[in-house]
Design a protein around this ligand. Structure first.
Ligand SMILES: Nc1ncnc2c1ncn2[C@@H]1O[C@H](COP(=O)(O)OP(=O)(O)OP(=O)(O)O)[C@@H](O)[C@H]1O
Ligand SMILES: [Mg+2]
Length: 414
């Protein structure tokens, strides 16, 4: 067991010696600093964060009590013990009111001292900070619009069997409230504004609840409110959400702007969505190159093919070879089913859990949440490969990205 650490502030030399002897004599207590000057002792308390501070109250009790008030206000996890030869009820009461947890009569009585130490140990044990929750942050991303990232993000968020918040990071034109059939009163812009004083109740008010497990942090209703949001705000908001939810599922824009990069940097996993057409495959390959340049480990990226159909004559193995990465999930193409669920404002995994798309999304969710290893995901039937990946790729000119990896380092043409 760690010893209980002490700092003593005592104006009287006798009291100082006495307390030092009593603390040093015990195995479970350790004296860190002892002094008679409050201005010298206080910085040591702030620096060393002892379990307890003993303040003796002598002729000038008022100064000692002021010191107690200061330590109580600024170091609430530190037990303060007042010690004095004057054990009048009045002084004991004033000590407790100033913030002391205990009162020790001087000269030290070993039995009483042992009781004070036991009570201090009990207080300190209760001060251990509970481990903070840290939910998983998952970005569902595609550098090409229209691949179905919002559809997949919404359904993934609804498929996790745990408390989840879906974040609409398409700040200019986010429409995830329609996907979830909710009418948000507030948005991420409001949360950014009050992020420094946010508590559970305030946060709950800013989210739009969809079900017991799923809420939405909506995009700003007015596009100009988005201009106030900086990448560091996004970072802070994701941290706040991770402390309260098991999963934070983020649907960012399809560009490498600084807001999107803040989310991609911070998330544990990136579900990279593509469709099996040449522009989308090229865009995915370029995205993977950018991820490499940004230093994202490949295990952070999970490639998912959306709108898959056996009519598409592309061999998956060749696509994987071209991308240099395995596809871990497939969502079949079913326009009517997908669009109806969006129009209903209900994720398909809820409105039609027995549909094939729902099963595929649940499989991806299980792989993202760690319930299933990616290797167990079933691959669709392969068809003949046609050699079509020979054309040049244009450069990206995204502001956030250029600032991070430099214009000169923009991905080279294939
Ligand atoms: N598996 C699917 N099968 C058929 N249609 C789909 C599938 N997934 C999504 N869609 C359709 O594709 C369209 C685009 O979907 P979605 O809005 O999710 O894409 P996005 O990548 O978020 O696009 P945006 O560029 O607007 O952000 C929607 O009409 C949706 O119904
Ligand atoms: Mg979208």
């Amino acid at each position: 067991m760690n010893p209980l650490t002490f700092i003593i502030l005592s104006a009287g030399l006798d009291s100082l010696k006495e307390l030092r002897g009593a603390i040093s004599a015990r195995e479970e207590t350790r004296l860190l600093v002892a002094g008679d000057d409050a201005e010298q002792v206080y910085p040591e308390i702030a620096r060393l964060k002892p379990n307890a501070v003993v303040v003796t109250l002598g002729a000038n009790a008022e100064a000692g009590l002021k010191f107690v008030e200061r330590v109580a206000a600024e170091c609430p996890r530190t037990a303060i013990i007042c010690a004095s030869r004057d054990a009048s009820p009045d002084l004991i009461l004033r000590s407790l009111r100033a913030g002391a947890r205990d009162f020790l009569r001087l000269p030290v009585n070993p039995e009483e001292f042992a009781t004070v130490i036991a009570r201090t140990a009990e207080f300190c044990a209760a001060q251990v900070e509970p481990a903070k929750k840290r939910g998983r942050a998952v970005c569902v991303f595609s550098s090409k619009g229209g691949c179905g990232t919002s559809f997949i993000a919404t359904n993934l968020a609804a498929a996790t069997d745990a408390s989840t918040v879906l974040v609409d990071l398409n700040l200019q034109a986010g429409d995830l409230s329609l996907f979830l059939g909710v009418e948000p009163k507030y948005s991420i812009a409001d949360l950014v504004e009050s992020r420094e004083r946010v508590d559970d109740t305030l946060l709950k008010g800013y989210l739009a609840p969809h079900s017991a497990n799923l809420s939405l942090l909506a995009a700003p209703r007015e596009a100009d409110l988005a201009d106030e949001i900086e990448p560091e705000h996004v970072f802070e908001i994701i941290e706040i959400l991770r402390e309260r939810f098991d999963y934070v599922v983020i649907d960012p824009q399809h560009t490498f702007d600084s807001i999107t990069l803040a989310a991609l940097d911070q998330c544990d996993e990136i579900v990279l969505v593509l469709t099996l057409d040449i522009p989308a495959i090229r865009s995915t390959q370029r995205t993977l190159q950018i991820f490499d340049r940004l230093g994202y480990p490949r295990h952070k990226v999970r490639i998912v093919v959306n709108r898959w159909s056996k009519q598409i004559e592309l061999d998956i193995k060749t696509v994987e070879r071209f991308l240099g990465e395995r596809v871990v999930g497939y969502v079949q193409s079913d326009y009517n089913t997908a669009v109806n669920s969006i129009n209903l404002g209900q994720p398909l995994v809820e409105s039609d859990p027995s549909s094939r798309i729902s099963a595929e999304i649940r499989e991806i969710a299980a792989s993202v949440t760690g319930a299933v290893a990616p290797s167990s995901v079933t691959e669709p039937r392969r068809t003949l490969w046609q050699s079509i990946f020979g054309r040049a790729v244009g450069k990206t000119n995204n502001e956030g990205l250029n600032a991070r990896i430099g214009k000169a380092k923009a991905p080279a043409a294939i």
